[in-house]
Write a protein that binds this ligand. Structure first.
Ligand code: PMP
Length: 286
């Protein structure tokens, strides 16, 4: 079952118009959430970011925060899911051809929930490979990467490059050559017991997992530096990992042709364990 506009409909009947500006122009926004044991992890933070993205593209979301939360749970339950992924998409809606948002009187609001199948265990045991790609992350003053936009071509082009190079994830630099982020993940590296990650003003999505990791690291007395870093910093890192809602913390053991250890690093493992504890606490407290 899919939540479409204001009700649940069968997947086969969950249709969106070919005149929807999400389809025609990638005009819209979305969120991805992870469900653990029937509980939508950090659902409020995701709904807040959805509203932030919406306001950055002057899009009015037809549902309140509380109504979206309710709809998320309704969709999870209607599909009988425990471990799942939820995607909330909001497009500008149906309207005639043309860029003016006023052509679309009503946004299209969709929630899809599907079982979480996970990433291969070997990725967590051995670490994955990254490739620093030629495609640069969107310039902040063109399309701010803080907008979690339906227009994903920037990331898709980077993903194509990474796949050609046999890498699990691409790392994009910003227009000035500073490390930005992955196509669907944020990046962290460790040197001398300090955790480094690109600052949001480099031009990245302020990942919810990223935010949680920064807080957890500080709670554990690990120094965290958010800043501007050149790719060479990654080549000489002691540990690297990427983060996202569905991956949590994914260790990295290879970047381009440089090997970064042969197994997940110590701080990566400590932080991933702490992350799993946070999830556990959240689910218990629900
Ligand atoms: N950067 C980009 C470009 C992404 O698409 C994602 C996935 N939403 C992330 C980072 C990670 O964000 P989060 O931790 O909120 O899933």
């Amino acid at each position: 079952m899919v939540f479409l506009n204001n009700r649940l409909v069968h997947e086969k009947r969950a249709m969106v118009s070919v005149f929807d500006h999400g389809f025609l122009y990638g005009d819209g926004i979305y969120e991805t959430l992870r469900v653990y044991n029937g509980v939508a992890f950090m659902v409020d933070e995701h709904i807040e970011r959805l509203h932030r993205s919406a306001s950055m593209i002057s899009l009015r979301i037809p549902l309140t925060h509380a109504k979206i939360r309710k709809a998320v749970y309704k969709t999870i339950r209607a599909n009988g899911l425990d471990d799942a992924v939820v995607r909330i998409s909001v497009s500008r809606g149906e309207g005639s051809i043309g860029l003016d948002p006023e052509l679309c009187p009503e946004p299209t609001f969709v929630i899809i929930a599907y079982p979480f199948t996970g990433h291969p265990r070997i990725n967590y045991e051995r670490g994955v490979k990254l490739a620093i790609v030629e495609t640069r992350r969107n310039y902040r003053r063109a399309i701010d990467p803080r907008i979690k936009s339906l227009n994903f071509l920037n990331n898709i082009l980077a993903k194509i490059e990474a796949k050609k190079r046999g890498a699990f994830e691409a790392i994009m630099l910003n227009h000035r050559g500073y490390i930005a982020e992955g196509t669907i993940s944020n990046i962290f590296f460790i040197k001398n017991k300090t955790l480094f990650t690109p600052a949001v003003d480099v031009g990245i999505l302020d990942g919810i997992t990223r935010g949680l990791i920064i807080n957890m690291a500080r709670e554990k007395g690990i120094e965290v530096i958010e800043g501007r870093f050149r790719p060479e910093e990654l080549y000489s890192a002691e540990e690297i990992f990427i983060s996202s809602t569905t991956m949590e913390l994914m260790p990295v053991t290879m970047i381009d042709d440089i090997r970064i250890g042969t197994k997940p690093g110590r701080i990566t493992r400590i932080l991933h364990r702490a992350y799993k504890e946070k999830v556990e606490e959240y689910v218990q407290g629900f």
